[in-house]
Design a protein around this ligand. Structure first.
Ligand code: 13P
Length: 340
């Protein structure tokens, strides 16, 4: 019964033409986003910004689920509807970020381990009562001269697997997010090697913890050149290498792969996803999006913290949601960026 519910939810999150909005920025992260438009990071600013995104009319055609931050799960829309209820009433599945962030890894000062397992079982129970049906945990892998270390990849893979097992026990679909950062001057070759290594370790760990692959989603980075690498790979190469890496590492039983955008500009993230879905290959899983910045950046700018700009912010968000929906089925083109 439980396994079946998990699979139904996982499949609904990657229904054709749909993907996930990541709106789960922690307080320090949303403070950075707000600073970029010159507004103060207050509880009310966070609430009204997210209210603007969540009440965008028509977004439910393209958005299957929203990842919320703990505070947002308990907040309500201006018309009084609790956010999880508002989303669910429109057929959008509420989710929740449950890790407590990447912290320095002992004896490995340039690397991190994501924390949050202590007390997680109790928190998951509470989140489910508040309406969450899926969860997210992000591990961070950095590429540098001598890193990542085996210690970092192994510790993060184990934490991801323990989190995923706890989620499934609590009847929540785990989104497993091992992010290999794009920061650095490394080549796309190196990104492919590190991403392959990481995903192998993650699926080994998931297997060891008896996680049901049918009842989870993977949220990986794309295989891409480091931001400071002089040789930047083009759209087609990113698409081909990313799909090759995933075919080598992700079991066919996983219903879907939803990418993070990781700091790529919004249109590039869309173009990459579209190119992958246009490759002439049979893929065993859906390939869609779970973007934060690449769905929100133009909306944040258009809104700029002013109630008068609400409609402009919603138009910008709608446009990105529609474009990424098209990319998730390989039907995007630049023309979609101007319409809507
Ligand atoms: P970005 O798409 O901005 O990378 O955010 C996705 C996310 O949820 C990171 O954990």
């Amino acid at each position: 019964m439980t396994a079946q519910t998990l699979e139904t939810t996982a499949r609904a999150l990657v229904a054709p033409g749909k993907g996930i909005l990541a709106a789960d920025e922690s307080h320090p992260t949303i403070a950075k986003r707000f600073a970029s438009i010159g507004i103060e990071n207050t509880e009310e600013a966070r609430r009204s910004y997210r209210d603007m995104l969540f009440s965008t009319a028509g977004a439910e055609e393209f958005i299957s689920g929203v990842i919320l931050f703990e505070e947002t799960l308990g907040q309500a829309s201006s018309d009084g509807a609790a956010f999880p209820k508002l989303l669910a009433s429109r057929g959008i599945i509420p989710g929740i970020k449950v890790d407590s962030g990447a912290k320095p890894l002992a004896l490995h000062p340039t690397e991190t381990i994501t924390e949050g397992l202590d007390g997680l079982r109790g928190r998951l129970e509470k989140y489910r009562e508040q309406g969450a049906r899926f969860a997210k945990w992000r591990a961070v892998i950095t590429i540098g001269a001598d890193i990542p270390s085996e210690a970092c990849i192994n510790a993060n893979a184990n934490a991801l697997a323990r989190y995923a097992a706890l989620c499934q026990e609590a009847n929540l679909v785990p989104i497993v997010e091992p992010e290999v950062l794009m920061d650095g001057d490394h080549t796309i070759d190196r990104c492919e090697a590190v991403t392959t290594w990481t995903l192998r370790e993650v699926f080994d760990a998931l297997h060891r913890q008896d996680v049901a692959l049918e009842g989870m989603l993977l949220k990986p980075n794309m295989v891409i050149s480091g931001t400071k690498c002089p040789q930047q790979a083009g759209i087609q190469e990113v698409a081909e290498r990313t799909v090759r890496c995933l075919l080598r590492t992700v079991p066919a039983a996983v219903p879907g792969i939803v990418f993070l955008s990781g700091g790529q500009d919004d249109v590039t993230a869309t173009a990459h996803l579209d190119a992958m879905n246009r490759l002439d290959r049979e893929l065993p899983w859906a390939l869609s999006f779970s973007y934060g910045r690449a769905l929100q950046a133009p909306a944040l700018k258009a809104w700029a913290g002013k109630a008068d700009n609400l409609a402009a912010g919603q138009r910008a968000f709608y446009t990105r949601a529609k474009a990424n929906s098209a990319a998730s089925i390989g039907r995007w083109d630049e023309g979609l960026e101007k319409t809507a």
